[in-house]
Structure formats: C-alpha cells, structure tokens
Design a protein around this ligand. Structure first.
Ligand code: GDP
Length: 198
C-alpha cells in the first residue's frame, strides 16, 4: 500500500472533540525521541507532516491525519520525558488514558520502542495497561539502522521474551523499522491495509 493523500485534520487536547468520521483509526505512541515523527513522515512520504521534536515533551496534543480518506493516523503525545513537571505528566497521562478509553474507532495502537535501549519501565507499564484494558497494540521497533541485523534479531528476541516472562502468554505482534532507510515501511502499511480489508 502507498499513501496518496495525507491530510492534517485537527489537533486536540479534548478527546470529545476528535473527528467523528466512522473510519478506522491507528494511533502512534512512544517515549519522547523514540522516532515517532520520523516514522510517521516515512510511512506517509511527507517530510514535515509530523513535526520532529525540537522540544521533546512539549507536544501534548492528539493529532489527527486523514489517510486516503480511508483511515485516521493519530499522532499521540510522547511520554516519559524527564524534564516535565509532575503536573504536566499527570495532564499527559489523563489525555492518553482518556483517548484510549473513549476512542471507539481505534483499531490498533502502535507502541514505538527504541531497540537500542534496555526495556524501559514506562514502556512496559504502558503496554501492561493497554493489555489490561484490552486495547489491541503492536510493537514498532525503531531506529533499526543503528544496529547490525544480528543485533536487531537478538534485541527483539530479548524484548519479546521479557514481555512474555513478565505478563503475557504470547508476545504481541511486532514490526522492525528504520525511518532512516525505510525498513519496515511496506510491512507496516501492509499490516494496516490487511486490517482495513477485514
Ligand atoms: P519523536 O520525539 O519520537 O517524534 O522523535 P523524532 O522523530 O523527532 O526523532 C528523534 C531523533 O531520532 C531525531 O534526531 C531523529 O533524527 C532520530 N531518528 C528518528 N528515527 C530514526 C531512525 O530510524 N534512524 C536513526 N538513525 N535515527 C532516527
């Protein structure tokens, strides 16, 4: 699948004001600096669609983009940035939990994970929360170009193993990507297309 039209629709701090169109929705979320904006720009072939982070942790908006008039791509705020106040962090959390609890058109959340880092508590807790709330999600490993292929396989294996040891009977689906060299683009778009056709 190629995306022919990618159109920014609206930014919100209130889930109730998100678009009402009855089309499937896919949300992208991860820790600040994980490479979310770069990934969104890569899959949509638009350099500046999502803003790459000059000031990590500052964007606290739910951003809706309409893809080929068929589905929404949602860019959610980055979490886990250390240099925000407790109050700001609470605000984020509320926005994010509100979104996942209320947004019925959500089909799948893509949780972005930087493969180079050891599993981070905030990511693991967030995924457990999604699981507990029966919100379908898929892990998208980012920045694969920074590791050799063998290290990518080893690291993904270790990560998924950690999840199954800690909480899951079965590891969630995962996709390995690089915004730098386009790895995973076809797989990710094919994955969305496949779900949309079901
Ligand atoms: P965001 O905060 O999650 O939106 O992350 P950004 O997309 O702004 O990326 C954070 C940093 O990681 C930037 O310096 C990017 O150039 C870099 N980056 C993002 N994706 C990749 C990637 O696939 N490979 C490499 N090598 N660097 C990346």
């Amino acid at each position: 699948m190629q995306i022919h039209s990618a159109e920014f629709v609206i930014s919100n701090t209130d889930v109730g004001k998100c678009p009402k169109d009855p089309i499937p929705e896919y949300a992208f979320i991860g820790r600040s600096n994980v490479g979310k904006s770069s990934l969104i720009n890569m899959i949509t072939n638009r350099k500046g669609l999502a803003k790459t982070s000059g000031t990590p942790g500052k964007t606290q908006l739910i951003n809706h983009f309409r893809m080929d008039n068929r589905w929404f791509l949602v860019d959610l705020p980055g979490y886990g940035y250390a240099r925000v106040s407790k109050k700001q962090r609470k605000g984020f959390q509320k926005l994010i939990t509100d979104y996942f609890e209320k947004r019925k058109q959500l089909v799948c959340a893509f949780v972005l994970i930087d493969l180079r880092l050891e599993p981070q508590k905030t990511d693991l807790e967030f995924m457990y929360w999604l699981g507990t709330n029966s919100i379908p999600f898929t892990i998208v490993f980012t920045k694969a170009d920074k590791l050799k292929p063998a290290a990518v396989s080893r690291k993904t294996g270790e990560y998924l193993q950690k999840l199954t040891e800690d909480a899951w009977e079965e590891a969630p689906p995962h996709i390995v990507t690089s915004a730098q060299n386009g790895t995973g683009k076809d797989e990710l778009l094919g994955y969305i297309e496949h779900i949309n056709q079901q």
